[in-house]
Design a binder for this molecule. Structure first.
Ligand SMILES: O=C(O)CCC(=O)C(=O)O
Length: 326
């Protein structure tokens, strides 16, 4: 944050000028983009500075099972900043509660995603202009055609980009997508799946952060296809108690062979809410359409309401009225 003030301003009576400077600082420092419902401030300086020293501890390899290659940081984000980082991201990010329809045979089903989601980034065929955030073709550096993507890709706000940079440094991987989940309580969940889409390439590295409530992360080996002549050797399911600040790096053959989930749970810490952040590297265009479809969708925006202590539908008008009343 830039707090530069002329020396003489420290000696002048603090009248009308002070608030003006503060407003300028916050507007200037926040990340804005035409696709953002509202600007996203930078991380508080204490959190941003501490990220420079992450990971808090070395990662522990978990690779004693067939096709499994994990690096488990307990924690990655130091204990003295994880709570501030959780509170900040829950308060400052915009979220969605995506619903979509799938067709199985002739039957159409409405799927209600059981958690809040949001996503930033663009696949490797494009990049964001560093001057105005517009989407450029990676090869030609020219603006991409309007119909290249079904939804306009969004650059990572500075607060998540700071974590991406730290993560790239400590994992030796690069990432161009950031998906964020918010599990409001124990009824929110993600069912067994693997992030094995072709648009991530073979053996993708996915760095997955936990902030807030402790939740169990379950993993199990994919079943052998019925045609397999050599079924894989016995693999035991895994249960990792992901706590605030932890990071699990999933890499190598993990996604093509293992499934993972955050099951619903009763009681415990889950009612306090949990944020999950994953960094991934997507290679082809299909990733951008897929991620924006399932993590932003076509519904309304939600934002954390600190008075009600829950996610509430957000609209520009309601926001303006609230600001005027304050
Ligand atoms: O919340 C988590 O820890 C897992 C999230 C996840 O599996 C996903 O976003 O694909």
């Amino acid at each position: 944050m830039s707090l530069k003030r002329p020396l003489d301003s420290f000696f002048k009576p603090s009248q009308a000028k002070k608030p003006k400077v503060e407003v300028e600082v916050s507007v200037q420092d926040a990340s804005s983009h035409s696709t953002y419902p509202f600007p996203v401030p930078q991380l508080p300086p204490s959190v941003a500075d501490a990220l420079g020293f992450a990971p808090a501890v070395e990662g522990r390899a978990i690779n004693d099972q067939p096709d499994l290659d994990l690096l488990y940081f307990q924690p990655y984000i130091a204990k003295d900043i994880e709570k501030d980082m959780f509170d900040f991201l829950r308060q400052e990010l915009f979220f969605y509660r995506v619903e979509y329809r799938i067709k199985r045979g002739s039957v159409e089903t409405l799927i209600k995603t059981p958690r809040y989601t949001t996503v930033f980034g663009v696949d490797g065929t494009s990049r964001f202009s560093s001057t105005d955030g517009s989407v450029l073709d990676s090869k030609t550096n020219k603006p991409v055609q309007k119909d290249r993507y079904k939804a306009q890709p969004r650059p990572l706000p500075g607060c998540l980009d700071a974590l991406r940079i730290a993560t790239e440094g400590s994992t030796g991987e690069t990432y161009n997508f950031c998906l964020v989940n918010y599990y409001a309580n124990g009824s929110d969940s993600i069912s067994y799946h693997s992030d094995d889409e072709r648009f991530l390439g073979s053996n993708p590295a996915i760095a997955s952060f936990s902030l807030g409530a402790k939740r169990s992360f379950l993993m199990k080996h994919k079943p052998a296809p019925p045609s397999a002549t050599n079924p894989p050797e016995e693999a035991k399911p895994l249960k990792l108690p992901l706590a605030s600040g932890d990071m699990i790096l999933m890499r190598g053959p993990t996604q093509s062979n293992w499934l993972h989930s955050i099951p619903k749970r009763k009681g415990g810490e889950s009612e306090k809410g949990r944020i999950n952040i994953t960094f991934r590297k997507a290679i082809t265009r299909g990733a951008s359409d897929n991620y924006y479809n399932y993590n932003v969708g076509t519904g309304g925006v939600f934002r954390w309401d600190p008075k009600r202590e829950e996610m509430m539908p957000w609209s520009p008008t309601a926001h303006t009225e609230k600001t005027e009343l304050a």
